[in-house]
Design a protein around this ligand. Structure first.
Ligand SMILES: Nc1nc2c(ncn2[C@@H]2O[C@H](COP(=O)(O)OP(=O)(O)OP(=O)(O)O)[C@@H](O)[C@H]2O)c(=O)[nH]1
Ligand SMILES: [Mg+2]
Length: 434
């Protein structure tokens, strides 16, 4: 659970007991309330109760109605909870009013998600991104934060020193935001250099995307072990962490997968999504997910065993739309078929594969589909091009995936993957038998 010390650094405290509260005013909130409980659990908060209220529109001062606030205050006292978690994002004023009325710590879904991310971030970039998202969330709410997030305590909103302090705080945070942004820019620049390198080598990039806990990391591991079997190697140390918890993966993980015959690609395992993912977080993670934007193929992983998977597909597609501008080819990977009650009907219009990362069933089909999309009709050959045919050598270098090049007495020996059409047109005469 999150708190800030006087230097605006995050400090954590353990063991909270909470009531979750949801306002029913637009679409049905039962699923997102279940998810909110899951998020609490992921953050180490014990959920003791759930309260929902239907209102035509949220109350500006307290989100829920004043009668409900009174009821909730009694409930908090009787159940001896120390935290109330709201499903909707609260304004600074709402947080302050609710904390006063309920006499407990009040947080919302956004701060909860940010807190889980803060806990899970391990890379310097991940940590900076989460801090940026937290500060951006906090900035407009400085006046509101009471028990949970402000160090101003009773001084909030009162004239005099409190206000001065607030101004200092604001300046301090704004300064930190600028610092983080420029640090992130440096990291991004660095990564761009690495990416340019990869692009030069023309290794296609495939990104796993999907709802949190759908099995992206498990699929990455299944593809890695399939590749290891094909290559007769034991690449177990390349595997990534796959766990039954929300946001197990935070920092994007890259692995090179070799399926033989020059069919190499880079697979990226990314952070999972959840409904109501804070906008500031999506923004902050855009640079990490930049590679997703430029990926050659997206594999959208869906938990086929979850009955409300369509909702999760929609949430994921929304985030993908925010991240990618062009229509990157997508394969739908319906995972966990070993525990799914039925075979889902795909309504996205993309290619679909049904598999189980756990049993391995369908993993081969997924890797075949991936290859079909990214390699199309490419073939691996070895050619020996005479030195007077330099134009063919340069054409192949520009249009193929070169694995090795060697200068021998009679010409340039090139091993690589080329489009069947290119081979037919330019290189068939020079193919060497392997
Ligand atoms: N039964 C079954 N369980 C699976 C399968 N694939 C993954 N799981 C389980 O689902 C849970 C989540 O798997 P992960 O691979 O961590 O999911 P993820 O999409 O990477 O999740 P985040 O990184 O948290 O977003 C783990 O407990 C896996 O063991 C599957 O095919 N069948
Ligand atoms: Mg994962």
């Amino acid at each position: 659970m999150i708190r800030f010390n006087e230097h605006n650094e995050i400090i954590r405290e353990d063991a909270y007991r909470a009531i979750v509260v949801g306002l029913q005013w637009k679409e049905d909130i039962s699923r997102s309330m279940d998810e909110l409980e899951g998020l609490c659990e992921a953050d180490g908060i014990t959920v003791e109760g759930r309260v929902e209220q239907s209102l035509k529109r949220p109350d500006n001062a307290t989100l829920i109605g004043s009668g409900k606030v009174k009821e909730l205050a009694e409930l908090c006292a009787n159940m001896d909870v120390d935290t109330v978690v709201f499903n909707d994002e609260l304004s600074g004023v709402q947080i302050r009013n609710l904390e006063e009325a309920l006499n407990v710590r009040v947080i919302d879904r956004t701060i909860l998600i940010l807190d889980i991310f803060a806990d899970r971030a391990t890379s310097p970039e991940g940590k900076l991104q989460v801090e940026l998202a937290q500060l951006q969330y906090r900035m407009p709410r400085l006046t509101g934060f009471g028990k949970s997030l402000s160090r101003l305590g009773g001084g909030i909103g009162t004239r005099g020193p409190g206000e001065k302090k607030l101004e200092t705080d604001r300046r301090h945070i704004a300064g930190r935001i600028d610092d983080i942004k420029s640090e992130l820019e440096k990291i991004v620049k660095n990564r761009k250099i690495q990416r340019a390198e990869r692009e030069r080598n023309e290794i296609p990039v495939v990104a796993l995307m999907g709802y949190t806990n759908s099995g992206k990391s498990a699929i990455m591991n299944a593809l890695l072990s399939e590749a290891a079997q094909l290559q007769n190697s034991s690449d177990a140390n390349k595997s990534v962490e796959s766990r039954d918890m929300l946001f197990a993966t935070l920092d994007a993980q890259h692995r090179r997968i070799s399926l033989g015959k020059g069919k190499d690609f880079v697979l990226i395992d990314t952070v999972g999504f959840v409904s109501g993912l804070p906008h500031s977080l999506v923004e902050a993670f855009k640079s990490t997910l930049e590679e997703v934007r430029d990926a050659d193929l997206l594999v959208h992983v869906v938990d086929a065993s979850y009955e409300n998977r369509d909702f999760q597909i929609e949430v994921t597609e929304n985030v993908i739309r925010q991240l990618t501008s062009k229509g990157t080819p997508t394969i739908m990977a319906y995972n966990k078929m070993d525990i799914a009650e039925e075979r889902p009907i795909d309504a996205t219009g993309n290619e679909a594969v049904f598999l189980s990362a756990k049993t391995g069933e369908g993993v081969g089909e997924l890797s075949e589909k991936i290859c079909e999309v990214i390699f199309g009709d490419m073939e691996e050959i070895c050619v020996l091009i005479p030195y007077d045919k330099g134009n063919i050598t340069s054409y192949l270098c520009e249009n193929g995936q070169i694995e090795s090049m060697e200068y021998v007495a009679t010409g340039t020996r090139i091993k690589g993957k080329f489009k069947t059409e290119d081979i037919k047109r330019h290189a068939w005469k020079y193919i060497e038998q392997s």
